[in-house]
Design a protein around this ligand. Structure first.
Ligand code: HEM
Length: 241
């Protein structure tokens, strides 16, 4: 029985748990307590590092989904996109953890960030890279099947797989938007909305970036469907809301 407690995997760490997860390295990636500029810096670093890890996971699963869409395997694509979207919930909710840092304390931490900026976040840049490519393979599939976006929504039971992927794309686009919204509120709350960030970008730019959507066609189809429904109701003399 004692043998089961002994590690059998190669690497550092007293147990296989630590060796498999590289916990020595992972937990050594934060400043030591005596190196912190402020005690809140530990939370600041952990939230950022965890976000990067999760965004890496999101982009990885979306890359897999991309290949499934390209191969016409919509069921497996949608299930990986569901996982990715679920994972993206956490970087969004972790932003609220940082709202607990007060402005004066944050400026002590900020003084040690150099030119460090979220604009260089590898995880978020990976999302900006995969987002349009997912849309492209999806639209290529529609094109090759001679199906319009309106067909996918009007005949959603018939085109179940494509409809499922379209809705998961919407989930993803919505979450990226929500990340930007909550991040903007965080920045406004801590450093203010009328200032310039560590890379010289005005916080106002974060506001403008929120106008960006990956899948505008999928958002627009809702307007078109409603416009058609309104026309039809007006033809039939029914008032619409
Ligand atoms: C105290 C907390 C934070 C503040 C005050 C803050 C502030 C800012 C500011 C001012 C910018 C504009 C660019 C610049 O000049 O730096 C920015 C961009 C960005 N930050 Fe943060 N940030 C915070 C936390 C985070 C966290 C936890 C993440 C998670 C990865 C993050 C990710 C990003 C991303 C991805 C951008 C680019 C946004 C876009 O392209 O729309 N930030 N941040």
């Amino acid at each position: 029985m004692d043998d089961l407690k002994k590690p059998i995997l190669p690497g550092k760490g007293a147990s296989d748990y630590e060796r498999y997860l590289h916990t020595d390295d992972l937990l050594g990636l934060q400043k030591r307590p005596e190196e912190l500029s402020h005690k809140d810096e530990m939370t600041f670093q952990i939230v950022h590092q965890s976000s990067e890890l999760l965004l890496k996971g999101v982009a990885f699963e979306l890359e897999r989904a991309h290949d499934h869409i390209a191969a016409g395997d919509f069921a497996n694509a949608a299930s990986l996109m569901r996982r990715a979207n679920q994972m993206l919930e956490f970087p969004i909710s972790m932003l609220h953890v940082l709202e607990t840092i007060t402005p004066y304390d944050y400026h002590i931490i900020r003084a040690g960030l150099g030119h460090g900026s979220g604009l260089d976040s590898p995880g978020f840049l990976a999302l900006l890279h995969i987002g349009p490519r997912l849309g492209q393979v999806f639209y290529e599939q529609l094109h090759s099947k001679n199906v319009s976006i309106d067909d996918v929504y009007r005949r959603h039971e018939e085109f179940f797989g494509l409809h499922d992927v379209a809705e998961r794309l919407m989930d993803f686009d919505e979450r990226v938007h929500l990340f930007r919204l909550h991040h903007l509120k965080l920045a406004q709350r801590i450093i203010g909305g009328g200032v310039v960030g560590t890379m010289g970008t005005p916080v106002e730019v974060l506001h403008q970036r929120m106008e960006h959507f990956f899948y505008k066609e999928l958002w627009d189809i809702r307007n078109q469907i409603t416009a058609k429904a309104n026309e039809s109701m007006q033809r039939n003399g029914i008032s619409c809301k």
